[in-house]
Structures are given as structure tokens and as C-alpha cells.
Ligand binder design. Structure first.
Ligand code: NG6
Ligand code: CA
Length: 505
């Protein structure tokens, strides 16, 4: 009895001591809101130089913390970049990390550390709302009408409200945790990426039903949903199919709900916006609001959304101690498969921010993306950082800050750059490897692109891919636009970087 009492007393003492430490430090674990957007360019925000579109909420976010000028996605398309962000491994380390179809199986290993697991290990509530595009289930062939697993819940998220792949791929449905929302046994959903199924109209057979046409030779002419031809075929699920104009409203309401109900405990929320990826079909109230056509309108909607999320944090009194990270999975593209006036209305707007290439490209516009971080309680406002940082580093950086350990071979490419993220270190990485068709490496002022015999231009999207049979070397400090290949006159540097790159593959 006495022993029991003594035990309790000691337990209480420990608790008290712990409370005193926390109290003495005066610090509560910060919340983290990670806004990961789709295909936004280095030049698309006011803060990064855009003049023909106004992005006040995002500019304000950047001004209240740090704007990074040298931050990179691991690849120039969605799936591989997201794979790296989630796993801390560059995408070329695993097979099948290219752009996934909408019926793909999950590609994130369940037995290894992931970015959300870092937070879960510290008792955070974790959630993902928005685009997924990392596969679902154990196989392609799956029952969309029952439980769909594994998925986000099996790799670190406690709550998930997603769409499976991209807005232009079937199935055009939402999944909450393991189930499709509004799935109906009497109208079962079937998905196929090999051949047409069911009798729903397709863009190819019924172009008269389209409200937005596909660009020539760019697919997007399979099953029509909401007047838009998609990639892949789907049948059934009448009640489950989304209306594009409601996508973002649905996502940010879910995100706000999560913020509200977790306001009193630390959380990690991945908000994966779909803008400005195709099909650009924002809420009607945003249509025609920018002078850049629907792509610009979608960016305005994104800016508004981020403003709303910040407002929600403020309303709940947790804005000051929330780290907000904003970045994009890859660079911009104008015509990515639909006739939506992105090209004809772009005018003087330079989504590429003066960089060469674009989405799909090894040139800088493919992977160098806007990257903002704010944390009013800890990060000095108004900073601009040229530190070299990779999205792949978020895993190790947060793990180090939170004191979470994992075996290094689980996330080999992720480095701890916590100090760079806070603006306390201005150098960042020693070097960074990127994979987009061909491999490239940035070290200091130099960027080397390995020779590759692939196509030089993707003609449909009108983007230079960065491929060349000869080595390319650019001095990014004086030639951000990668115009002047100095490889022929800098053989030593080429050799040095080629060797270094080899050690990373
Ligand atoms: C491409 C699609 C493009 C887009 C992209 C994925 C064609 C011709 N183009 O294959 O429209 O969906 O995949 O974009 O099908 S990403 O940002 O999710 O990687
Ligand atoms: Ca993307």
C-alpha cells in the first residue's frame, strides 16, 4: 500500500517535473500545415515576380516568414516528387514511381518511415486532404465499392480525404479514409485503364457533350465526367462523381474541419491542392476573375484557399505556433491537355519565372519551385533565403527537430536542414540530385545535366525537356535561365559533378 502510494507520488512528481520543463520552455509543439500544390510555377506568385496576377494571401504568407529562391522538388512530375517528399528517398531508388494511372496500387512502403509517421511518432494528429497520386490498395484490380486499403492511413495519416490520382484521371471520386464517398451498391464503380467499360460517353465518341475540349493528340478523351473528358474509363458511381467546380471548396472545408477539431493538440495536416493542374475548372465565382484565363483563375482560387486556411488557424488561436509550408510538386505547364486558353491568355505573365523548361523538364523550371515557410512564433518575418533545399529534406529536418529516430537506410536522401528552414543557415545542401527524364545535380553555383538521348522537346506541351546527347553545365549564379552551356570549356567541373552524381545513383 505504502509502495503503491510512493509509486504514485513519484509518478506525479515526474509529471510535475515534465510540466515544469514544458512550462519553463514556454513552448508547445508547433502544428504543421503543409500546403503542397500541383504544377505551380516559379513565377506564378506576386512574391516571385508575377505582375499580371495577384496572389495577396500567398505573398503575405511569404512575407510573414521566408521566401526560398533555391528550393526544389525531387522530380518534374507529381508522383515522383510526392514519393520523395513522403519517403525521404529519391524516386529513382524504387521502380514504378513515374506518373501513376488512377487505378495504381500503393507505392509507398508501409514498413518504413514517412513524413507523416515522423509526426505520428510524436503523438501528432495527422491528416491528408486533397490530391494523393501515390496509388491505393495492393493491386491495380480493386473493388472501388468496398474497403480500399492500403493507402494514406497505412503510411502515416490518421485521417484522409483524398482523390486517388489527378483531377484529369478517373475515378473522379473522393475517398474518406478507406471508402469512396457516396458509393452506391446499386450503381457500382468500375475503373479501367486499358479499355472502355460501360456505356458512359467519351470525349472521343461524343465531343459535342464537352464543356472543355481536349488538346489535339493529348489524350484526355476517355470517359466524360462533368463535361470534361478524362484519362481512363469509368462506369457507375453517378452519385459519387465530383463536380470540378466544387473540388476545392470540398477540400478546404474538410481541412478547416480538421484544424478546428484538432486545435487543442499538435497536428500535421497535408493540404494537397489540385490547382493549377488540369482540368482547370475552378468554382464559378473564380471563372474569368483573372486576365490569364482558367489557369490564372485557378491560381486565384488557390490563393483564396490559403487565405481561408490561415484565417481558420487565426480563428482558433493557433496561427502563431503553426508552421506553414507552401510549395509545388513540379513546375508549370500551360497546355497540359485541354483547350483552356492558358496559352492564348498568358500575355506577359511568365509562369516559369525566367527559368528554362517547365513541368517534365530537367531544366530549372521543372523542379525549382516556390517555397514559403512561416512560423510567426519562431521565424523572423520578411526573410529571403537562397539556401539550397530539397523537399526530400523535410522528413529528416522535422525528425531532427522533434527528436524522432529512424534507421538512416529507410530515408537515404533526406538530410536535416532544419536551420535552413528557420532561416538560420543560408547555405543549405552541399549538393542536390534531381531526376526528370535525365539526372541533374546542383552544387554551389553549378548545375550539371547528364547526357541523355531522349527527345529535346515535348511538342504537345511545348516544353524543352533538358535532354541532350552532350553534357550540359550551367553557372546558375549568372545564368539562371540555363542559356549558356559551359561544359565544353569546363571539363574538370563536368567530371567532378558527373562523378559525384554517380555516387548518388
Ligand atoms: C500526363 C498528362 C497530363 C498530366 C500529367 C500528370 C497526357 C498527354 N498528359 O501524362 O495531362 O495529367 O500526366 O501530371 O496524358 S502530374 O502533375 O500529376 O504529374
Ligand atoms: Ca504536378
Amino acid at each position: 500500500m505504502i509502495l503503491k502510494f510512493a509509486n504514485r507520488f513519484i509518478g506525479f512528481g515526474v509529471l510535475l517535473a515534465f510540466m515544469q520543463v514544458t512550462y519553463a520552455q514556454g513552448k508547445k509543439q508547433p502544428n504543421v500545415l503543409m500546403v503542397y500544390v500541383d504544377d505551380l510555377g516559379y513565377g506564378d506568385l506576386g512574391l516571385y515576380g508575377a505582375k499580371d496576377i495577384e496572389t495577396p494571401h500567398l505573398d503575405e504568407l511569404g512575407r510573414s516568414g521566408i521566401k526560398f529562391t533555391n528550393a526544389h522538388a525531387a522530380a518534374a512530375t507529381c508522383t515522383p516528387s510526392r514519393y520523395a517528399l513522403m519517403t525521404g528517398n529519391n524516386p529513382y531508388r524504387a521502380k514504378g514511381t513515374g506518373i501513376l494511372p488512377g487505378d495504381a496500387a500503393l507505392i509507398i512502403p508501409q514498413d518504413k518511415i514517412t513524413l507523416p509517421k515522423v509526426f505520428q511518432k510524436k503523438g501528432y494528429s495527422t491528416a491528408i486532404v486533397g490530391k494523393w497520386h501515390l496509388g491505393l490498395g495492393n493491386q491495380v484490380d480493386k473493388d472501388w465499392n468496398g474497403k480500399i486499403a492500403p493507402g494514406p492511413l497505412e503510411v502515416g495519416y490518421g485521417y484522409s480525404f483524398i482523390f486517388p490520382a489527378t483531377a484529369d484521371r478517373v475515378p473522379t471520386v473522393f475517398l474518406e479514409n478507406h471508402h469512396v464517398i457516396a458509393a452506391d451498391v446499386n450503381d457500382p464503380i468500375y475503373v479501367n485503364y486499358k479499355q472502355k467499360i460501360g456505356s458512359e460517353p467519351t470525349g472521343k465518341e461524343n465531343p459535342e457533350l464537352l464543356k472543355m475540349h481536349a488538346s489535339p493528340n493529348q489524350g484526355h478523351d476517355n470517359t466524360i465526367v462533368n463535361g470534361i473528358g478524362r484519362i481512363g474509363w469509368m462506369t457507375g458511381g453517378k452519385a459519387a462523381k465530383w463536380t470540378d467546380e466544387e473540388l476545392t471548396l470540398t477540400f478546404f472545408e474538410k481541412a478547416k474541419e480538421f484544424i478546428r477539431s484538432n486545435a487543442s493538440k499538435p497536428f500535421f495536416l497535408s493540404y494537397n491542392a489540385t490547382e493549377p493542374h488540369v482540368p482547370r475548372m475552378p468554382a464559378t465565382v473564380f471563372k474569368g476573375k483573372s486576365k490569364l484565363g482558367l489557369r490564372g483563375d485557378a491560381i486565384l482560387q488557390l490563393d483564396y484557399t490559403v487565405g481561408e486556411l490561415v484565417r481558420e488557424l487565426k480563428n482558433n488561436g493557433i496561427y502563431e505556433n503553426t508552421i506553414i509550408i507552401f510549395t509545388s510538386d513540379n513546375g508549370p505547364v500551360l497546355d497540359d491537355g485541354y483547350v483552356d486558353e492558358a496559352v492564348s491568355k498568358t500575355g506577359n505573365h511568365d509562369a516559369f519565372g525566367g527559368l528554362r523548361g517547365g513541368k517534365y523538364s530537367a531544366f530549372e523550371a521543372g523542379t525549382r519551385v516556390p517555397f514559403l515557410i512561416s512560423w510567426p512564433a519562431e521565424i523572423k518575418k520578411g526573410q529571403v533565403s537562397d539556401a539550397l533545399v530539397g523537399q526530400v529534406d523535410l522528413l529528416a529536418s522535422f525528425a531532427s527537430y522533434l527528436g524522432v529516430s529512424y534507421s538512416q537506410d529507410e530515408a537515404v536522401d533526406s538530410q536535416n536542414h532544419w536551420k535552413s528552414l528557420l532561416g538560420e543557415d543560408t547555405k543549405g545542401r552541399e549538393y542536390l540530385v534531381k531526376s526528370a527524364g535525365t539526372f541533374s545535380i546542383i552544387k554551389g553555383d553549378y548545375k550539371y545535366i547528364r547526357p541523355n538521348g531522349g527527345a529535346k522537346i515535348n511538342k504537345s506541351v511545348n516544353i524543352e525537356l533538358g535532354n541532350d546527347e552532350i553534357p550540359q553545365l550551367y553557372n546558375l549564379k549568372i545564368d539562371k535561365g540555363e542559356k549558356n552551356n559551359i561544359a565544353p570549356t569546363n571539363k574538370n567541373k563536368v567530371d567532378e559533378l558527373d562523378k559525384l552524381l554517380q555516387t548518388q545513383l
